[in-house]
Design a protein around this ligand. Structure first.
Ligand SMILES: [Zn+2]
Ligand SMILES: [Zn+2]
Length: 400
């Protein structure tokens, strides 16, 4: 389906609902509490806090708990109000938050890792606590008994972890840029496959269990949409950030992907568009348009008495072309390029206005982002950053 062409400039933007600025250090993870005007945050300053909005419109902590080590990550299950907190010490501590969100009772502590816990994920259906650490281990514990069930050694430390309950597949994205799919059992796991598409480390993963699509965000500024369920193995690149991608969330009702980067950029992608895969780059010893030799092609350079040229590639057709034959730039949103990229002259002429219609909207959170959380029922987005600030956004103007 082709996107509609919007001639008017972008006027719909996220609305800032509130701001929380009481942490002493980076807020590594924070989540919006569904059905409450509240937030749970964990910070490098060792605190776990529950913030509720009071009459004056400000958020005040109803729980303020100091942990023995800096809190690196967290997972909150609203149904059971179970809060799992990963720490710099390698431990994962669990709490049950009271129904009125005014109290937090300690449950279990797992000595899960030898170094900082990088991701923690509680899976209610399995009663599992999945975690990854800087010790390069991916482990899972039984949340009932506290017992360690199994672990898997990853190639590099992990910063993105997702789990598909239906098939018991874990998606593990690491700092080497690799995504590993593991099939988990009660006390073992098997490697399904690994894939690699990023030139930088994977910073975030987001799984859509309905479309069976995995999104990976990277420090190389790009996002890749991996069509796991389609069976064709297509991978579509989304280029819309000019800095490290730090967080990904999916809005299932409207089929939109929300991505955030360390420069504060928020991009809302329309995933109801059929995008084309980028072509493989072709190899050639001379420009595939004007036939001038590239600089390593000494024989032809000598024979035709011409100067060797530098090789470039057209992002649309993948042909190897010289600079003169690819002097123009274009956005190609239909291929995931929301920014202008190099295209050859003939491709430039073939790109229509419809092909150029943006399939994403761009917004500025005005703070550096390390973490994002989306609450779909109210369409609220939370961003937190190294500036120690948590911002709450109403996304209804752009997620609809
Ligand atoms: Zn040329
Ligand atoms: Zn081309």
């Amino acid at each position: 389906m082709a996107a509609e062409i919007q001639p008017k400039p972008q006027t719909r933007t996220p609305v800032l609902l509130g701001q929380i600025e009481a942490s002493q250090d980076v807020v590594n993870t924070a989540v919006i509490i569904p059905k409450e005007d509240g937030v749970i945050s964990v910070s490098e300053d060792r605190t776990v806090r529950v913030w509720l909005k009071r009459d004056g419109g400000q958020y005040w902590p109803s729980v303020h708990h100091t942990m023995p080590a800096p809190c690196s990550c967290m997972s909150f299950n609203p149904e059971t109000r179970r809060l799992s907190v990963g720490m710099d010490s390698g431990e994962v501590s669990e709490f049950i938050v009271s129904e009125d969100y005014n109290k937090m009772t300690p449950a279990l502590t797992y000595p899960a890792h030898q170094g900082r816990v990088t991701v923690v994920l509680f899976v209610l259906e399995m009663e599992w606590v999945l975690s990854t650490g800087q010790d390069r281990n991916f482990t899972w514990h039984c949340s009932e008994s506290g017992q360690r069930l199994a672990s898997y050694r990853t190639t590099s430390w992990v910063s993105g972890l997702q789990f598909d309950v239906e098939t018991r597949h874990a998606f593990v994205g690491d700092q080497s840029g690799q995504v590993t799919i593991l099939k988990l059992d009660q006390d073992s796991c098997s490697l399904v496959t690994t894939f690699r598409g990023h030139t930088g480390g994977v910073t975030a993963l987001c799984w859509d269990p309905v479309q069976r699509v995995l999104f990976s965000g990277s420090s190389d500024h790009s996002i890749i949409m991996w069509d796991i369920g389609g069976g064709k193995g297509t991978a579509i690149e989304l280029q819309g950030h000019s800095e490290k991608v730090q967080g990904l969330c999916y809005a299932p009702q409207t089929r939109q992907l929300i991505s955030c980067s360390s420069d504060g950029g928020i991009v809302v992608w329309n995933m109801d568009v059929t995008r084309q895969e980028t072509p493989e780059w072709l190899d050639s010893d001379s420009c595939q348009r004007c036939e001038q030799p590239f600089f390593w092609n000494f024989k032809q350079m000598w024979d035709s008495k011409r100067i060797g040229l530098r090789q470039h590639h057209c992002r649309k057709c993948g042909q190897a072309v010289c600079g003169k034959c690819s002097s123009r730039r274009s956005t190609i949103p239909i291929m995931g390029f929301e920014f202008e990229v190099r295209v050859c002259d003939s491709c430039h002429d073939s790109i229509t206005d419809e092909d150029r219609a943006p399939t994403a909207t761009f917004h500025d959170s005005k703070h550096s982002i390390v973490h994002v959380h989306f609450e779909p029922t109210r369409s609220w987005l939370l961003t937190s950053g190294p500036d120690r600030v948590i911002k709450l956004w109403d996304m209804t103007p752009v997620v609809s």
